[in-house]
Design a protein around this ligand. Structure first.
Ligand code: 6LW
Length: 498
C-alpha cells in the first residue's frame, strides 16, 4: 500500500511513541498551550486519533509565566510494568519531570521532578533499573547526552549524572532515546537544530551507559540535502516495532512553502518512515536516508485505508481534545456547548504573553475555508490566525460609539495595522470567513448572502522563519475588551480543508 506523510498534520512536534499490546500511543510537545502534551493512539501507524492530554491540571504544569515557545518541550512516552510514563521539560522553569498513569484514557499523576538539567528527557527501563537521560551538562561539567539512574517512585537520583555520548559533531545534540535491540543498546538522537539542517543520528554499545560507537553512515535520516523538496527539517524521532517485527521511525518534519527562500507556518508535524536493520545490526531509514511525502510499503496491508478528516466543526470536534487554550484559562470565561461557544473577553489582548480568552485549533493544511458566525455585545471578538503574540492576523467584530464594524488587523512584529474596517451599523453579528492558500490568507465578511473581501495577507509573516519559535499557526476564536459586558457567541464554526 501507499501511505502519505505527514501522518499527523498541524503543529504536533517532537513525537514519542510506544506500543502496548496491539496499540501504538504517541505524545507531542505543547509549549504554552493548555492542556499540555496531546496523546494519540493508532492500530496501524498511519491513522492516529487523539485520546487525551497528559497535563490537564495546573498542579502538573505551571504555564502562567511561560513565553511563546517556552513551557512544555519534547516528551518521551514509555510503558513499564503496566504503567505509562511521560517525561518532559518545563523549559521556562528549567525543570525535568515525569507523570504516570495506569489508564491512558484517564488522569495522570502529579509531577515527579528529577534533579538533572537539560531538555528532552528520556526514560529507559531494564531489570528494575530506570535510566534517565537528557541533553545538557553532567555533574562533572561535561556536555552531551547525560544519564543517571533514578528511583522511579520518587525521581531521586541513584547515581551522578554522566555524559555518555557527544553525538557526531552537529549542533544542538538533543532528543536522546535509548533502546535494547537484539542484545545491543542503541542511543538515537537528533543534531543540526530543528530547522533545515535537522538530522537523526545514532550510536550503539554493549551497556546502557556506553561506551557508544557511532553508526558510520550518520546521519541515518535527514532531508537537508533535498533542496526544493516540500518536506524539510526531519529529525527528533522515536523508534517503534510493529506486530510483524518491522521497525519504524515516527519523527518531526515540516512542509515548506516555495522552493527558494522557503518558509513554513503550519509548525512541525508527525511523519512515519520505515527503518530496516541490516545483517550487521546497524539500521537505515527511509529512502536513502531521507523521508518522503509518501511511501510505498508492503508492511501495511492494502485493506488499511488512510483516513483524513477534512471538515472540522463544533459538532464533530471535542472541546477537550481538538481545542486548546493559551496558558491556564479562566474557566468562567468559557461556556462550551455542543453547537456554540460563549466567550467573555477581558482586558487581556492577544498581544501579550498571558491568557486572553482564546480557544484554538491547529491549522492542519495549507488550503482551507474557515468560517464562523459571531455575535457580540461589547468589545471585540473574532477569528485569529495565531502564531504568537507578535505575529497574528485577526478578523473581528468590534463595537464603537455608533455601532459595530468588522475589521481586518495584521500584527507582524512591531507593526500592528488595522487594514480595513466595514461598518455594520447597529447589526451586532456577522459571518466571518478566512480562505487560506499556501501563500495567502483572504479575509471576508458575509452579510446576508453577500461576501465582501476586506483584504489579504501573506502566510509567510506567520512562519517560523519570521516569527521564530517552535509552534505553528492555530485558528483561534477570541474575545477581548475592557467592558464588563464583553460577551460573544460563536456558532456554525467550520474549517474545511481541500
Ligand atoms: C525540542 C528539541 C527540538 O525540545 O526542539 O526538534 C525543541 N528538536 O528536541 C522544542 O521542540
Amino acid at each position: 500500500m501507499n501511505y502519505n506523510n505527514p501522518v499527523i498534520k498541524g503543529f504536533y512536534p517532537d513525537p514519542s511513541v510506544c506500543k502496548v499490546d496491539n496499540t501504538y500511543y504517541l505524545v507531542c510537545s505543547s509549549f504554552q498551550y493548555f492542556p499540555g502534551v496531546p496523546i494519540f493512539e493508532s492500530k496501524d501507524l498511519i491513522n492516529w486519533t487523539q485520546i487525551g492530554h497528559c497535563l490537564t491540571r495546573k498542579s502538573q504544569i505551571q504555564l502562567d509565566t511561560v513565553n511563546s515557545s517556552g513551557g512544555v518541550f519534547a516528551p518521551t512516552l514509555r510503558h513499564n510494568n503496566g504503567r505509562f510514563y511521560m517525561t518532559t521539560t518545563n523549559d521556562t522553569t528549567h525543570q525535568n519531570f515525569y507523570v504516570w498513569t495506569d489508564d491512558i484514557y484517564g488522569e495522570w499523576s502529579e509531577p515527579i521532578y528529577v534533579d538533572q538539567g537539560g531538555i528532552d528527557p528520556d526514560l529507559y527501563f531494564e531489570e528494575g533499573k530506570t535510566y534517565f537521560m537528557s541533553n545538557g551538562t553532567d555533574d562533572y561539567g561535561v556536555g552531551g547526552i547525560v544519564q543517571c539512574e533514578i528511583e522511579i517512585e520518587s525521581g531521586r537520583k541513584l547515581t551522578p549524572s554522566r555524559s555518555v555520548w557527544q553525538g557526531t559533531g552537529g549542533r544542538y545534540l538533543e532528543s536522546p532515546h535509548l533502546y535494547k535491540i537484539n542484545g545491543r543498546y542503541y542511543l538515537m538522537v537528533s543534531e543540526g537544530g530543528t530547522e533545515y539542517g535537522h538530522m537523526v543520528t545514532y550510536a550503539r554499545g554493549n551497556s546502557p551507559s556506553g561506551p557508544f560507537e557511532a553508526y558510520k553512515n550518520n546521519p541515518v535520516l535527514t532531508n537537508r540535502n533535498l533542496g526544493g523538496y516540500e518536506l524539510q527539517g526531519v529529525g527528533h524521532g522515536d523508534l517503534v516495532q510493529d506486530q510483524e517485527g518491522n521497525w519504524w521511525l515516527l519523527h518531526l518534519g515540516f512542509r515548506q512553502t516555495g522552493q527558494y527562500l522557503t518558509f513554513h507556518h503550519l509548525g512541525r508535524e508527525v511523519f512515519l518512515t520505515p527503518v530496516a536493520f541490516g545483517e550487521d545490526d546497524w539500521f537505515t531509514a527511509g529512502h536513502k536516508g531521507t523521508t518522503l511525502m509518501s511511501f510505498e510499503t508492503d508492511r501495511i496491508t492494502d485493506t488499511i485505508i488512510q483516513q483524513e478528516k477534512k471538515v472540522f466543526t463544533f459538532e464533530n470536534t471535542d472541546w477537550n481534545l481538538d481545542w486548546c487554550y493559551l496558558r491556564h484559562p479562566v474557566a468562567e470565561h468559557y461556556q462550551l456547548e455542543s453547537d456554540k461557544v460563549k466567550l467573555k473577553g477581558t482586558g487581556v489582548t492577544l498581544d501579550v504573553p498571558a491568557s486572553p480568552t482564546f480557544l484554538g485549533i491547529r491549522q492542519k493544511d495549507f488550503n482551507a475555508v474557515i468560517s464562523c458566525e459571531i455575535s457580540l455585545t461589547n468589545g471585540e471578538a473574532g477569528i485569529t490566525l495565531y502564531m504568537d503574540e507578535n505575529h497574528h492576523y485577526d478578523l473581528a467584530l468590534r463595537n464603537h460609539q455608533h455601532g459595530y464594524e468588522v475589521i481586518e488587523r495584521l500584527n507582524i512584529g512591531d507593526i500592528k495595522s488595522t487594514e480595513k474596517a466595514i461598518e455594520l451599523g447597529h447589526c451586532n453579528h456577522a459571518t466571518l470567513i478566512i480562505k487560506a492558500t499556501p501563500t495567502l490568507y483572504h479575509f471576508y465578511v458575509q452579510i446576508e448572502d453577500t461576501e465582501t473581501l476586506l483584504g489579504s495577507a501573506q502566510t509567510k509573516y506567520l512562519s517560523s522563519e519570521i516569527a521564530g519559535g517552535f509552534t505553528g499557526v492555530l485558528i483561534g476564536l477570541y474575545a477581548t475588551g475592557e467592558s464588563p459586558d464583553c460577551n460573544a457567541v460563536f456558532s456554525r464554526f467550520s474549517c474545511e480543508y481541500y
